[in-house]
Design a protein around this ligand. Structure first.
Ligand code: UDP
Length: 340
């Protein structure tokens, strides 16, 4: 029988793409989301792509009793825990909301995973846990600096909670996946990022500008010590990212992970500057973007990109999409989403 995987944040951006990847690899995903930054109707798109109707619970994971009901109704083999608030700026304004939501939901899902003998727990972490790094590429061993925001701290604390909880047992194993900059959309053109609040990340800001939802966009700083003065990030296509979750799950379930918790960086190992990203968009779509140079954005770090050798060697992960693919798919999705 197909193994059931609980995907928290299942209607979110990375969650929905991962649900598709899980289905394509023979798992039965169960989705749970409180809909605070996504819409359950995104699962219709998932169904158009896969032909499968995914069971979905509209539940807040801070509600222990309701969440426990899902574990009672299904024999869950693995949990992929995406659900979290994730806006860096908002977390500075509302730190308590971020700590309460992101930590409480993690505690609930982790406790229930232990109680109901789940075998694999995959946690959405972020390169933000490295803080303001001195040099790149960063490996999983690169020491963490102080987190730049309450959001980043919830990820650092989340990693520690999982490590401490699972350190002295051998039933539930966990993987912490540190994402660099997820971007792009499903190659079917039917699915992509659909945030309820205005986008703040570079790629959706670019596509929203191109389609006319914004008159122009800002480049936050061209006076950094980089090759063209703008910040460097490692943009990773959401389908490559999604597949890493399936691989991490399979790795644990096939008994290949010895230690209770393992950590992987997920980026493509190449940094792109903001100006290079804009150029890639303009060249791929033949659309000229209206942008201006603006002051630095507070809290931004100058440059960070990944060394992902560990995910390649241990999980067999080989990201196949480049920045041009990210731009092309994001643009196709922006046009589709505007019509939905
Ligand atoms: N950025 C920008 N204009 C925007 C949004 C982002 O110049 O409207 C820059 C931002 O300063 C950073 C990079 O794009 O250098 C990536 O920002 P994003 O918010 O997407 O990711 P993060 O900062 O979390 O890595």
């Amino acid at each position: 029988m197909s193994k059931k995987v609980l995907v928290t944040g299942g209607t979110g951006y990375i969650g929905s793409h991962t649900i598709i990847d899980l289905i394509e690899n023979g798992f039965t995903p169960i989705s749970v989301d409180n809909g605070v930054n996504s819409m359950a109707s995104i699962l219709d798109q998932v169904s158009s792509i896969t032909g499968i109707t995914v069971e979905h619970y509209n539940i807040d994971l801070c509600d222990f009793a309701k969440t426990e009901q899902i574990f009672k109704e299904h024999e869950i083999t693995g949990v992929i825990h995406f659900a979290a608030l994730k806006a860096v700026g908002e977390s500075v304004e509302q730190p308590l909301r971020y700590f309460k939501n992101n930590i409480d939901s993690l505690l609930t899902v982790l406790e229930l995973s232990q109680k109901y003998q789940v075998k694999a727990f995959i946690f959405s972490s972020s390169c933000t846990v490295y803080g303001d790094v001195l040099s790149s590429p960063v490996t999983e061993e690169t020491p963490m600096q102080e987190a730049a925001s309450p959001y980043g701290r919830t990820k650092q604390i989340g990693e520690q909670i999982i490590s401490d909880t699972l350190a002295h047992q051998n039933k539930l194993k966990a993987v912490l996946l540190r994402y660099f900059n997820p971007a792009g959309a499903h190659t079917s053109g039917l699915l992509g990022e659909a945030p309820s609040t205005p986008a703040a990340n570079l790629v959706p800001v670019i596509t929203e500008t191109a389609i006319g939802k914004r008159e122009s966009m800002s480049i936050f700083g061209t006076d950094y010590d980089t090759r063209d003065g703008s910040c460097i990030r490692d943009y990773i296509h959401v389908m490559d990212l999604a597949h890493a979750h399936t691989l991490a799950l399979q790795h644990i379930l096939s008994g290949k992970q010895d230690q209770p918790v393992d950590i992987y960086n997920l980026g493509i190992g190449q940094g792109a500057t903001v100006l290079e990203v804009i150029k890639a968009f303009e060249e791929t779509t033949q659309i000229k973007l209206n942008y201006q140079i603006a002051p630095r954005r507070p809290g931004d770090i100058m440059a960070i990109f990944a060394n992902y050798d560990k995910a390649k060697e241990k999980l067999g992960w080989n990201p196949k999409y480049k920045i041009q693919d990210i731009m092309r798919t994001a643009w196709v999705w922006e046009q589709k989403r505007t019509k939905l």
